[in-house]
Ligand binder design. Structure first.
Ligand code: C2E
Ligand code: MG
Ligand code: MG
Length: 630
């Protein structure tokens, strides 16, 4: 039985119990009212008929009645007065209440039972009563509807002779009578049921407290509880903690709207729920983060299913298949760990996946703690460092290998921190994870525009300079305007700038990427796809997105060293990109051998240490002055 089913089943059980509670309470209220109504009804009818029976008889007056009647019953009699004509009461002789039944003994003419009312026609054994038998016997008569029983009393004259009989048809239903008798039992039962239902309600309330409202799976309170229980039993160590996060979910929110994104989140959560087995757990720990406790050894299977997960969702009328990419930080739980330790380790592991090279999944390692401290320092000092001018722009030349001439450059940022140069690999992923990279990219881009402006004013011939833009920029709907505004501010020719974007991951930012590239094209600004051959490279995407340049990543190019079919592969890829009418630039060229190889392909522009490392501005200016390489 899968967990989702168990969840629904438990919910239904609670609902049934809650309905039962309402039903029982309602039943109790109805019973109480109807029961009372019937009993009241029976009293009224008994009394009424008794009075009818008491016709035409002379006898003692009210005082006699009082003297013969217990006080308690006399109260009932007084009530009767309210309902009947006073003079009729004169004929009531005695009145008894036995076993809850009221019997009036009145004078009546035994020879004329009909005078007592038509009801007596159905008395089967009037003689018995005449002979002075005690009057009430419920089984004595029962009418054809089964609803009446009759009470009879002999009527005595002053000589103590039976002179008549009076009977009351007491119109109380058997059911009411029996219910009345069963009342105590029923009250006990109702109380028991009510208590049970109260427990059900408490369970429901507890369940709701432990359930994430949006996705209906457990929340972090629940998983804390579960983990504490597992730890107590010494079984937490049998699990691996997997902290899963949906990649680019903020962006998905913007793309499809919050309501749909919520639906998607629900689907995703429920999918995770289906993935876990009995005695495994998953909870939403906030936003698009989920913590799974899975049995050791099952991690690979789960990662495989998650990469990527395809979920169907209606967007308008259209049923869209959404590809959800996930990041995951894993930690193999040890004996001494509790859940917060597990969470910390998983968080550190997942944070390390922000680094492009590390991929989307990572296991916790001890060194991650030091990294975290370092990352915190970076984030804390970033703003001040930017204001203090600690970030410098370096330029790495791009060279045409046919002419050996400088034909462009890439702007690469460096952080001079406490007198030491920090390479972008150390701080860019950190800034990217917190969205701070946006400020840095604009700073670099503006610096590039400023430098181009300066070179032009100094009579130096600039080359096209590409600036790296994080894909986070694609979330900015005014990105194109912001870029153009900076170019216009420095009044530079758009031929001298180029924007590098890392290849888009999956569908999520595809539309924005397409729009941005289109806007730049309209403005005459080159765009390039950086790091082609890593991550989600696809030639089909190139077909759809009209970038001018494709930069082939060093790692792809490194395959050449492997020999074998690699040369063919690299050659063919370059060839295909060229066929799509794009400029190809190979990054990370370090050897003459690589240059020789590239000369035989369609790629004639390279960037790499063989020609130049990234240069400080002053050195790059020298390169601009003498752009030919020997
Ligand atoms: P990238 O844009 O792919 O830049 C190329 C990287 O390859 C640079 O590393 C460059 O120094 C290095 N490289 C160039 N030729 C060679 C070579 O022959 N051998 C080797 N081993 N490496 C070579 P760098 O400067 O460390 O930059 C790393 C990455 O940081 C860049 O990769 C880029 O993704 C990012 N980055 C740098 N500056 C910025 C920036 O201003 N904004 C953003 N968003 N990212 C930046
Ligand atoms: Mg680049
Ligand atoms: Mg690159």
């Amino acid at each position: 039985m899968n967990n989702l089913f168990r969840l629904k089943q438990r919910h239904s059980l609670y609902i049934i119990l809650a309905s039962l509670l309402s039903f029982i309470l309602l039943g109790a209220v109805i019973y109480q009212n109807v029961g009372n109504m019937m009993i009241d009804q029976s009293k009224n009818n008994a009394m009424g008929l008794a009075v009818i029976a008491a016709n035409e008889i002379d006898g003692d007056m009210f005082e006699t009645i009082r003297s013969n009647t217990d006080d308690a019953y006399f109260t009932v009699l007084e009530q009767l007065i309210k309902y009947t004509d006073y003079h009729m009461l004169e004929y009531i002789y005695t009145m008894r209440l036995e076993n809850g039944r009221l019997t009036f003994v009145v004078d009546a003419d035994p020879k004329e039972p009909a005078a007592c009312g038509e009801e007596y026609d159905m008395l089967p054994d009037i003689e018995t009563a005449f002979n002075g038998q005690v009057s009430c016997d419920r089984n004595l008569t029962r009418d054809k509807w089964g609803n009446f029983f009759s009470a009879y009393a002999p009527i005595y004259n002053s000589d103590n002779e039976v002179v008549g009989i009076v009977g009351c048809d007491i119109m109380t239903s058997d059911i009411a009578e029996r219910l009345h008798e069963l009342r105590n039992v029923i009250i006990v039962l109702i109380t028991v049921f009510a208590l049970l239902c109260l427990c059900a309600l408490i369970l429901i309330a507890r369940d709701m407290l432990h359930r994430d409202q949006l996705t209906e799976i457990a929340n972090d309170d629940k998983i804390k509880q579960v983990a504490a229980r597992l730890k107590k039993r010494g079984r937490l160590k049998d699990y691996t903690g997997m902290l899963v996060n949906i990649k680019d979910f903020k962006y998905i929110n913007q793309q499809i709207g919050y309501n749909r994104a919520d639906e998607l989140l629900r689907e995703y959560a429920q999918y995770l729920y289906k993935l876990i087995e009995r005695n495994e757990y998953v909870a939403r720990t906030g936003n698009d983060n989920f913590l799974m406790l899975v049995k050791k050894g099952r991690e690979d299977y789960i990662l495989k299913v998650l990469s990527p997960l395809e979920l169907k969702l209606y967007v308008g009328e259209e049923l869209k298949v959404m590809r959800m990419y996930s990041r995951c930080g894993m930690y193999s739980i040890m004996e001494e760990d509790n859940l917060s330790a597990v969470m910390n380790c998983c968080s550190l592991a997942i944070n390390s996946t922000r680094n492009v090279e590390s991929g989307d999944y990572a296991w916790y390692e001890k060194s991650m703690v030091e990294n975290m401290v370092e990352e915190k320092k970076i984030l804390e000092s970033f703003k001040q460092a930017l204001e203090n001018g600690e970030f410098k722009v370096y330029y790495q030349p791009k060279v045409n290998i046919d002419t050996k001439k400088l034909c462009g450059a890439e702007a690469l940022v460096r952080w001079i921190r406490d007198g030491k140069m920090v390479s972008p690999g150390e701080f860019i992923p950190v800034l990217e994870s917190e969205g701070r990279i946006i400020d840095l990219d604009f700073f670099v881009f503006e610096q590039v525009c400023k430098d181009i402006c300066k070179w032009m004013s100094e009579g130096l011939q600039p080359v096209r300079i590409s600036s790296n833009f994080s894909k986070l920029h694609l979330k900015n709907p005014h990105l194109s305007e912001d870029v153009l505004e900076i170019i216009n501010r420095y009044a530079i020719n758009t031929d001298y700038v180029e924007i590098e974007l890392t290849e888009s991951s999956g569908y999520s930012d595809f539309d924005s990427l397409e729009k941005f590239v289109h806007d730049m094209d309209d403005a005459g600004i080159y765009t390039s796809i950086d790091d082609f051959g890593t991550g989600y490279s696809s030639l089909s995407m190139l077909k759809d997105i009209n970038v001018d340049v494709v930069k082939i990543d060093k790692s792809f190019f490194d395959k050449l060293e492997d020999g074998g079919h690699s040369e063919n592969l690299v050659g063919n890829v370059i060839h295909m990109i060229k066929d799509l009418d794009r400029i190809v630039i190979c990054e990370g060229v370090e050897t003459e051998k690589q240059v020789e190889f590239l000369k035989n392909t369609d790629c004639n522009i390279v960037q790499g240490y063989l020609f130049d490392k990234p240069l400080p501005r002053e050195e790059f200016e020298k390169r601009l002055e003498s752009p030919i390489y020997n």
